[in-house]
Design a protein around this ligand. Structure first.
Ligand SMILES: *Cc1c(COP(=O)(O)O)cnc(C)c1O
Length: 473
């Protein structure tokens, strides 16, 4: 098999920024060991997120110029609406400025005190928008999904038995919605199978629960179904996507992911009465229903991006290039989530840094060490992001301690990725010298964005293990 090449050539380039080790030591200290505080000019390779960081195509840029900036009834809205309707088969399409705005509108209408919203895994903003309505979010991920080292085809599946049991226990009337996140971002970018979506839908319908697809990476999920699920090899990605949505009652999406847009999102619905309520709230918080917080040019870029993302040469390159980085790491013995997800490679920080206890945030230590070693920015998806405290102030850790290397779409070339692998391999050699972290300051909600941290034992994050006092190891 020949090398899978980038299915594009480069028309516009943008500089990346080189720094010295000494400069990075200053930067990370001034950023309170939280990469969300680092400026882009201090970063060489930015794998913080794949959200809003895609390179747009020449066709999308042309669409930006065609964008119709009419307040009401913009042509670009109808182009956008027609595209989303075609893919989701849902009649009510509501544009929003990003995914979380769709979540805010939807859950503040459908949620409420004493209710539960179940999911394979709720993404952090989704969970926050649910909890802010005093509703409890409950993750019911399948067992395979919780073990990073063991590969399985559809580790994003919801646990159907757990779902049935939960409904029995709490009563269907207390569970307005079930959310399937495709692919499962917080659980390693793992796909959900068509069979799982179909069966979840059956259970939901029998109990009067709405099934909502969090569709941020619907095309990547559809492509995994094509590759891995019997009966789908000869179907187009669009046909598969349409079938996925056919089982759902509504969908939220961030266009900053699989729509190759830098901003935007939508809420799609079948139910007219619910759509009316959502649009009423939309006008207050986002804008008129034919622009919803977006410029006409953004709607145009999203419409074009949604079509481009379903092209198979793109998806083949996308999935293969993520797998390429993952293979380089795992061949060197580095513990990564198996198999690799669609948009990111997840390092198992608990296994990478077994000497750091979970209440010293091994994921965050690894994130900071990666920046110090190579100017690479990544993101902790572990107890800093999802940890809670019990009544005695003791940390209730997250299920997994992961470091996410999210790959922006169509942005980095193979040599960038080779460099990333080299840095991680070097760091793995001296992993014992990395120490844990402690939190100095944190916010009550979505704390990972703004938390301030410090190395657990002292100034230098990478200390010489041999020279460390016995009690401090
Ligand atoms: C990014 C994301 C969201 C939120 O979208 P924003 O555009 O960042 O507000 C919701 N769910 C999932 C799975 C995501 O990846």
């Amino acid at each position: 098999m020949k090398t899978i090449i980038e299915p594009f050539r480069i028309k516009t380039v943008e500089p990346i920024y080189f720094t010295t080790r000494a400069e990075r030591e200053e930067v990370i200290k001034n950023a309170f060991y939280n990469p969300f505080f680092i400026r882009s000019k201090d970063i060489l390779i930015d794998l913080l997120t794949d959200s809003g960081t895609s390179a747009m195509s020449s066709e999308q840029w042309a669409g930006m110029m065609r964008g119709d900036e009419t307040y009401a009834g913009s042509t670009s809205f109808f182009h956008f609406e027609e595209t989303v309707k075609r893919i989701t088969s849902m009649p009510h399409i509501i544009p929003t400025h990003q995914g979380r705005a769709s979540e805010k509108i939807f859950f503040s209408i459908i949620g409420g005190p004493g209710k539960y919203i179940v999911s394979n895994t709720l993404f952090d903003t989704t969970r926050a928008n649910i909890e802010i309505c005093e509703t409890e979010g409950v993750d019911l991920l399948c067992d395979e999904g919780k073990i990073p080292a063991v590969p399985s085809d559809f580790k994003g599946n919801i646990n159907l038995n757990a779902l049935k049991e939960f409904i029995q226990q709490k009563g269907a009337s207390n569970i307005p919605v079930c959310v399937l996140t495709v692919t499962n971002n917080s659980g390693g970018g793992q796909p959900v199978s068509m069979q799982n979506i179909r069966e979840t839908s059956k259970i939901c319908r029998a109990n009067g629960i709405l099934l909502v697809i969090d569709a941020c990476r619907f095309a990547e999920n559809a492509y995994f179904i094509k590759l891995r699920e019997p009966g789908y090899a000869n179907k187009s990605v669009e046909e598969i996507a349409r079938e996925m949505f056919s089982y759902a009652d509504a969908s939220t999406m961030s266009a900053k992911k699989d729509a190759f847009a830098n901003i935007g999102g939508f809420l799609a619905l079948h139910d007219e009465a619910l759509a009316v309520k959502c649009r009423n709230l939309l006008v207050v918080t986002e804008g008129f229903p034919t622009y919803g917080g977006l410029a006409g040019r953004d709607l145009e870029a999203i419409a074009i991006g949604l079509n481009e993302v379903m092209e198979e040469p793109y998806l083949q390159y996308r999935i293969r290039s993520t797998a390429y980085l993952s293979a380089k790491l795992s061949e060197a013995g580095i513990p990564v989530m198996q198999p690799p997800g669609g948009h990111a490679v997840y390092i198992d920080a608990k296994a990478f840094l077994p000497h750091i206890p979970v209440d010293q945030y091994p994921g965050q230590s690894l994130v900071c060490a990666l920046y110090l070693e190579g100017g690479i920015r990544s993101c902790e998806i572990g107890s800093l992001m999802f940890g809670k405290y019990d009544d005695n102030g003791k940390l209730i850790p997250a299920q997994m301690e992961l470091v996410r290397l999210a790959i922006p779409r169509r942005v980095y070339t193979q040599s960038h990725i080779d460099y990333v692998a080299e840095v991680i391999l070097e760091l793995f050699e001296k992993r014992e010298s990395i120490q844990g972290m402690r939190i100095k300051e944190e916010a009550p909600i979505l704390r990972h964005f703004t938390a301030k941290l410090l190395p657990y034992y002292g100034e230098n994050l990478l200390v010489n293990y041999e020279n460390m006092a016995e009690g401090n190891r």
